[in-house]
Write a new protein. Structure first.
Length: 334
């Protein structure tokens, strides 16, 4: 077996850089979910990060330690929104220039949110792949900016792993850790940390039913591409890259299960977060809650940590969620 791209030492090394930009998020007890699954459930509120998602961890791990020369050349990335927002935030905080290449499918609210940062937006075509190609080409030009890739850069993955270290420190007997998965950057980091610090814990990923590239790749035994499908969990859209030698091997090696949730289940997860916790989560951020409510996850003994990865829902969605009162008390009736 070749070595995995990230180690617990890499995560420990990233931590001081992450701590300059990200907050240590709370683990909030979730009494109704706990009663439902018969174990203490805690929500790891990455939605409270300054940019509304965990992605600030990986961005900080990569950008904060850059040399003066590299800082002068700035940074570039391709993003469905939250990663671009995190890269811009960290770059702005350090006074660096940031260029964000986006696909034209990114929702208006996320583009507007990026407009609030000091960064150059580059709408680079119909897909994430086109955006990524443009960002790569810029970074390869002489004196070009540093590419901050959300899943293929081991330093970024190490940054995301600090979320897993915090879970293990705050919940030493954690039995199951539930993580939303798209390209698997968050899961790769968290799985590396949890495997080192709580080796008996069960690791379960959650993706949406339509266009779950990591799920299809695990099935196939190698990275595959799927067409992008519209989903409430737009932060979970996108591929894993056909040459993925970072997150794919880590997820295949360390993760116990990867389950899929429907659009209705994602909506129910978002609604549960708002109604029961007064917590705004975007679809991706609520995927773990959705999977628990839908009984999709086989749980180990001991407490459950659910990573609530992001807050950045569109406001009209939040308005609809607020007034969407289920006819029967949610899910309790079975
Ligand atoms: C990026 C993102 C994810 C998925 O992260 P990957 O590292 O691509 O698996 C999940 N939730 C939110 C809110 C995100 O922004």
């Amino acid at each position: 077996m070749t070595a995995l791209a990230v180690t617990i030492e890499d995560i420990r090394a990233a931590r001081p850089f992450v701590e300059q930009m990200a907050i240590r998020t709370p683990l909030k007890p979730a009494p109704k979910l706990s009663a439902r699954v018969g174990r203490p459930v805690h929500l790891k509120l990455e939605s409270l990060q300054p940019t509304g998602s965990f992605k600030i961890r990986g961005a900080a791990a990569k950008i904060v330690p850059l040399t003066e020369d590299a800082r002068a050349a700035g940074v570039v990335t391709a993003s469905t929104g939250n990663h671009g927002r995190a890269v811009s935030y960290v770059a702005n905080a350090l006074g660096l220039s940031a260029t964000i290449c986006l696909s034209e499918h990114v929702p208006a609210g996320k583009v507007d949110a990026l407009a609030g940062f000091d960064c150059t937006l580059d709408i680079a075509g119909p897909s994430q792949d086109a955006a990524f190609e443009r960002a790569t080409a810029m970074s390869q030009a002489p004196g070009g900016p540093t590419l901050v890739h959300s899943i293929l850069d081991p330093v970024v993955l190490a940054g995301q792993g600090t979320c897993g270290v915090e879970i293990c420190e705050d919940l030493a007997d954690v039995g199951t850790v539930i993580v939303p998965v798209s390209g698997g950057g968050l899961m790769a980091g968290v799985a590396t940390a949890v495997t080192a610090l709580a080796p008996d814990a069960r690791l379960v990923g959650v993706s949406m039913e339509g266009g779950a590239a990591m799920h299809a790749s695990l099935r196939a035994g190698h990275p595959v591409e799927l067409p992008e499908v519209d989903t409430l969990a737009d932060s979970l859209q996108g591929g894993i890259g056909l040459d993925n030698d970072t997150t794919f091997p880590i997820v295949r090696e360390l993760v116990d299960d990867l389950v899929l949730v429907t659009e209705d289940e994602i909506w129910a997860g978002m609604r549960h977060a708002l109604h029961e916790h007064r917590l705004v989560l975007e679809g991706a951020g609520a995927a773990g809650i959705a999977a628990l409510l839908a009984d999709r996850i086989e749980l180990a003994d001991g407490p459950v940590a659910v990573v609530c990865s992001g807050a950045n829902a569109e406001l009209d969605q939040v308005a609809r969620l607020a007034t969407d009162v289920p006819a029967v008390a949610e899910g309790w009736a079975g």
